[in-house]
Design a protein around this ligand. Structure first.
Ligand SMILES: [Ca+2]
Ligand SMILES: [Ca+2]
Length: 416
């Protein structure tokens, strides 16, 4: 059995509502916990609805343009006027039909750090026959800065996909200028080909590559300090940064500390948030969350999650975090470093796709200081991604077609 696909969830809101009761508990792990502020989600563009938005990012070129990705194959530029009713179509690859099944589509976008001068950006999308993930470089049209040049494609990577699901799909440039890519375990359910712990394939990993150089005939370079370069295991994929990840749908870098935070989507029981370190093994499919999944080999070292949450109330009782609240599919977010909400500074924001709950946690010196619900569950607002603008303000994209931003809760709401 696999995780419930996006479409199935949307088709059975009653089931989701039953499964995912809201548990607005702020669970402090330490007595000196810094309180989490009361915040709300506000529709950022009240006159705009988009089709299946799943990523948001501001172009790093000083233009102030906010880009949003749609699963069906569009990239839009949001209007400068928040009351605007039209988004400009920057890229349209709907004719290539990237979105055939629930977890397929145009899934990721990253602007080159020197986008302002080289006009390059990178996307992650699905293609069929054979089923595969494609990561490509594109350039902006020389004639129109608000249009992608569809003829400029340079393929960086193609990954065969045995199944429609667990494709990862997140592309992010790190503070080191390298491109980080998340790939899931290939799919179906329960890691049928035991790819989770294998170093010989790109599945179940976060990869780190250099798009500015070439290794031999490959369309990208391998950073020399990648953890499996020149190691005894000659078969290990040199692109590997971290492994043992089931399906890291979204990850981000803390813009202040450079730490890499990831939400790794679980199988049938546990969702987890991980702090990703170089060469780290995050356990799948020996482990799901803090729990044994398949095997119990001796002497293996996994890095445990920062936090986990359960799929059901009965399971939650077995968790280290019984009061956390539930969900079915974690959406990793950002450590908030914006200015609008000073009380949220340093809080890692994350959510559940199916319940629509937003949580925040503080993690200091290797310890979880606080973790709790920031925005109560709302299955009618399936949260696909968080997005960050150049000022560090954080947004949310959801399959209700809306883009949200955070604001301080009204005093009445905060008192509830
Ligand atoms: Ca797959
Ligand atoms: Ca894990």
């Amino acid at each position: 059995m696999t995780r419930i696909p996006f479409k199935a969830i949307l088709a059975v809101p009653a089931l989701v509502t039953t499964l995912l009761c809201s548990t607005p508990v702020v669970q402090a792990q330490e007595t000196n916990a810094a309180p989490l502020p009361a915040v709300e989600l506000k529709v950022a563009y009240p006159n705009l609805k988009l089709t299946r938005p799943l990523w948001l990012e501001e172009a790093p070129d000083g233009s102030g343009r906010i880009f949003v990705v749609g699963q069906d194959g569009q990239i839009w530029i949001m209007p400068k006027d928040r009351n605007g009713s039209e988004a400009r179509l920057f890229m349209d690859m709907t004719d290539r039909k990237p979105h055939e099944q629930s977890e397929e589509g145009l899934l990721g976008l990253a602007f080159h750090p020197q986008f302002k001068t080289n006009h390059k950006f990178y996307i992650y999308y699905t293609q069929q026959l054979p089923k595969r993930s494609v990561i490509s470089e594109f350039q902006v049209s020389a004639a129109d800065a608000n249009k992608a040049d569809m003829d400029s494609e340079r393929q960086i990577m193609e990954v065969a996909q045995p199944y429609w699901n667990h494709n990862g799909g997140c592309l992010v440039f790190g503070p080191d200028g390298y491109l980080y890519i998340s790939l899931g375990d290939g799919g179906l359910g329960g890691d049928p080909h035991t790819l989770g712990q294998s170093l010989n394939f790109v599945y179940s990993k976060i990869l780190r590559i250099d798009v500015n150089s070439r290794a031999g005939r490959m369309p990208y370079g391998i950073p020399r300090d990648n953890p499996f370069v020149g190691k005894k295991d000659a078969e290990a994929r040199p692109e590997t940064w971290a492994y043992g990840l089931r399906n890291t749908w979204r990850f981000s870098f803390d813009r202040q500390t450079g730490e890499l935070w990831a939400g790794d989507v679980g199988q049938d029981k546990w969702e987890e948030v991980d702090l990703i370190v170089k060469g780290g093994n995050y356990g799948w499919s020996d482990r799901e969350g803090f729990h044994q999944y398949k095997d119990r080999p001796s002497g293996k070292k996994w890095i445990e999650p920062v936090v986990e949450y359960a799929h059901s109330p009965a399971l939650a009782k077995e968790s280290k975090f019984p009061e956390h609240g539930l969900g079915l599919s974690v959406t990793g977010g950002y450590v908030y470093r914006g200015k609008k909400l000073p009380k949220l500074a340093g809080v890692y924001l994350y959510a559940d796709f199916s319940s629509g709950t937003v949580w925040g946690l503080r993690y200091e010196n290797g310890k979880l200081i606080s973790d709790g619900v920031l925005v109560k569950s709302n299955p009618a607002r399936p949260i696909t991604s968080f997005g960050e603008d150049q000022d560090g303000e954080v947004y949310v994209t959801a399959f209700d077609g809306r883009i949200y931003e955070f604001e301080e809760a009204a005093p009445s709401a905060a008192a509830k």
